[in-house]
Design a protein around this ligand. Structure first.
Ligand code: AMP
Ligand code: TRP
Length: 371
């Protein structure tokens, strides 16, 4: 019994599969982020050794106002926890706090052909929207590969839109391993059958997106108040028919989207849901979906407000998360550097402790000396 409990902690052995995933602090999180990603992470944190990152370095591949980036970064951390991620079980941290991510990205850049990056559909779509494209935007998937490979993650739970980036991560890992010898675990994307691509409520032909979550009617944000949720769902675009059934037909995408949200939040099966709505109109469907969403998001919103009212506590959680992440990433980056032929110096004890995780405590003690 005691042993079982020990196995549930993040310090336990590598017998549990490792999971890595992340969200960009580039906008307000919505129900697509929750259903496609974060809720699933929370559900498996007892069985898996999990690392959940707030990827601020990815966010700046398109311009972010610095003050709002800081604000959104803490916001994402608070929402991770409000959605059920537990700092005692999962490592929650900010990407830029662990410098090995940037170092690993550079080394992986040097084994990644630029043609692989130019083919990425997300890059092509984002590049089309702007006149000038930063090198960071092109390089974005290599940084993502660095995130995943540094932790030797086995699984990457993400929504459908990230599948191509995880495939590329596998290609980069295999290429590095074949040039320099076995170094990285080749990870796999874990994409759900339902909820992998929640659609925009105002245009069900497109996915719900963080960058448009501020446009009223597009998304249900995790922090939206009940009346706003009801309003947005009431206005959701559907079709001129009457049938309330799960369907892949493009014209039924709006109704299907509402049904998927309902399915995921109630846990009912599809035939039960179709029978329940048989003969009812879209107005009833929307009303019932809205109530289910309001109740599901209520505890998340309440917990979120508690957490953001205590930023010091949130920062403590993030500091401890980064310390633990560093204890995994730092030895790994040293190994990668050795593999490519860098001279890895034996370093002084203080430096070593700083890097592997006593960072915060030591820093408080020696801070005066450094300043
Ligand atoms: P992002 O908002 O791009 O930072 O994505 C964070 C996570 O949420 C990733 O795993 C995405 O695949 C997932 N995600 C984003 N938008 C959706 C959506 N509309 N439906 C399902 N999953 C999504
Ligand atoms: N690119 C991902 C997204 O926008 C975020 C991300 C960065 C990520 N690094 C990651 C996801 C590593 C999974 C694993 O959704």
């Amino acid at each position: 019994m005691k042993e079982d409990k020990k196995n549930m902690t993040k310090e336990s052995t590598s017998r549990r599969p490792r999971v890595f995933s992340g969200v960009q602090p580039s906008g307000t999180l919505h129900i697509g982020n929750y259903l496609g990603a974060i809720r699933r992470w929370a559900a498996q944190q007892d069985e898996k050794e999990s690392y959940f990152c707030i990827v601020d370095m990815h966010a700046i591949t398109v311009y972010q106002d610095p003050e709002s980036l800081r604000h959104l970064t803490r916001d994402v951390a608070a929402l991770y926890i409000a959605c059920g991620l537990e700092p005692q079980k999962s490592t929650i941290f900010i990407q830029s706090h662990v410098r090995a991510h940037a170092e690993c990205c550079w080394i992986l850049n040097c084994v990644t052909p630029v043609g692989w990056l130019e083919r990425m559909t997300q890059f092509k779509a984002k590049a089309e929207q702007r006149e000038s494209v930063s090198t960071g935007l092109l390089d974005y998937p290599v940084l993502q590969a660095a995130d995943i490979l540094l932790y030797d993650a086995d699984e990457v739970p993400v929504g459908e839109d990230q599948k191509q980036h995880v495939e590329l991560t596998r290609d980069i890992a295999q290429r590095f391993n074949s040039i320099y010898g076995p170094t990285f675990t080749v990870p796999k994307a874990v994409i759900p059958e339902s909820g992998a691509r929640i659609r925009a409520l105002n245009d069900p032909s497109r996915k719900m997106s963080k960058s448009e979550a501020h446009i009223r009617g597009h998304a249900i944000r995790l922090t939206d108040e009940p009346d706003e949720i009801r309003h947005v769902i009431r206005c959701a675009v559907t079709d001129t028919g009457r049938e309330i059934v799960f369907s892949d037909a493009p014209e039924k995408a709006g109704v299907n989207n509402l049904l998927e949200i309902y399915e995921l939040l109630t846990g009912k099966n599809r035939s039960e849901i179709e029978a329940h709505f048989e003969g009812k109109g879209y107005a009833v469907l929307k009303e019932e979906v809205a109530e289910v969403v309001v109740e599901a998001l209520r505890p998340i919103r309440e917990r979120y407000h508690e957490l953001v009212s205590d930023p010091a506590e949130l920062d403590n959680i993030l500091t401890a998360g980064a310390d633990h992440a560093r204890s995994v990433a730092e030895p790994k980056i040293q190994d990668i550097k050795r593999k490519v032929g860098f001279i890895v110096m034996g370093r002084g004890m203080v430096h070593f402790l700083l890097e592997i995780g006593l960072h915060s405590r030591l820093h408080q003690k020696i801070g005066g000396l450094q300043r």
